[in-house]
Design a protein around this ligand. Sequence first.
Ligand code: HPA
Length: 264
Amino acid sequence: MPRIGLIGGTGIYNPRLMEQTREMVESTPYGEARVVIGKSDGEELVFITRHGAKHSVPPHLVNYRANIMALKQLGVEIIIATAAVGSLHLDRKPGEYVLADQFLDFTKTRKTSFFEGNEQGVLHCDMTVPYCPLVRTAIETAGQEIGLKIHNGGTYVCTEGPRFETAAEIEMFKMLGGNLVGMTSVPEVCLARELGMCYGNISIVTNHAAGISPNILTHAEVVEVMKNSTHDVRYLIKESLKYLGGPRDCDCSRISKQGGLSES
Ligand code: HPA
């Protein structure tokens, strides 16, 4: 069974790091997810394109629950997710990589939990440390090994989208301690936690955020910067896998059990 799942964000549509791939649709109680299963250095992986083929699903309409549940059903314990982000500070530049360690949630309309009462019950998950430290360390170590500039740590502000932010919103996010702004990490990371999975984020800075960038922000700009990063991101993920083979000696799987319910 695949132990590691990859969620490709904007610009990462093709899991070229895998061989012997097969595509399938995984049905879950929350809807269907299209997945690609393949092998990298003998290890089986599952890949999901977050926005669907050709970026056809906007961030506020992604079926996050179906994607995370599909990975869980397929046996995944560890998720590495990529995300294009704007940087709130001049010292994090387009083309650089940041491994988020915290988030601020400014989403509005999303289904944020698998537990809605009734037969599933209610679960209150600890989110003190939302992104798995072991996964972050693995990616950081791999990045150092292959000579990529990676910042380990940063607060990801998740907005609802699909519009970009106002300059005033970005000012506010900066005052609140945000470093990066994107539209997808929440609720993905929370849903993974509810199912006891480790979740790590690779944020790829594609632009300076609204009011910092001198340009009008466009999706085309984001895609253009991502084009130059896809090769490195794939290589980074492939190398990170080497450091994720050990026991999951972190709190990610323990927390959902302590929240009052056992893992599904
Ligand atoms: N804001 C929100 N999401 C983003 C941005 C941004 O500036 N850049 C890439 N994704």
